[in-house]
Design a binder for this molecule. Structure first.
Ligand code: AMP
Length: 145
């Protein structure tokens, strides 16, 4: 996928937003949704997306929508830090196939990191158990401010 292709309304995150396929939600409001990555690169790996924007990449998104989205990323990271007590965390965001992107609805990854635990590679992590993800999502959600 090039950087310039049109938005596909049937991409997997659009289908999650429509409720066509399930997701383990952490929190949402009218503008954003935070949900667990089903192939977590580290414990507590959360994805944060806009509900309204059809931006595929960072190049496409309206600045005011991006501002809300990045505030949601920070809120999610703060809750994950409080709940899971990682040593650090990574915010990742990929653009275009050549940039490592696999789902073409703009999203940010919030990935807690521990000094003694290697992170799994992007696109190389096994699928997580849905119940285990629900437990983590609930812990993170309970720490939201
Ligand atoms: P990216 O490669 O940056 O486009 O990230 C897409 C992310 O979506 C990857 O980390 C995948 O593990 C994750 N992913 C793919 N399908 C799903 C799904 N159905 N629910 C949650 N996360 C997903």
């Amino acid at each position: 996928m090039t950087l310039k292709a049109p938005y596909d309304p049937d991409n997997i995150f659009a289908r999650i937003l429509r409720g066509d396929i399930p997701a383990v939600k952490v929190w949402e409001d009218d503008h954003v949704l935070a949900f667990m990555d089903v192939f977590p690169q580290s414990e507590g790996h959360v994805l944060v997306i806009s509900k309204s924007s059809t931006a595929r990449t960072l190049l496409d998104i309206e600045p005011d929508v991006l501002a809300r989205l990045t505030a949601a990323v920070q809120r999610t990271a703060r809750a994950a830090e409080k709940a899971l007590k990682p040593d650090g965390f990574q915010i990742m965001q990929f653009n275009g196939e050549a940039g490592g992107q696999t789902v073409f609805h703009l999203h940010f990854h919030v990935i807690p990191r521990w000094s003694d635990r290697p992170m799994k590679g992007h696109g190389h992590a096994p699928m997580a158990d849905a119940e285990a993800l629900r437990v983590l999502a609930d812990r993170i959600a309970a720490a939201l401010e």
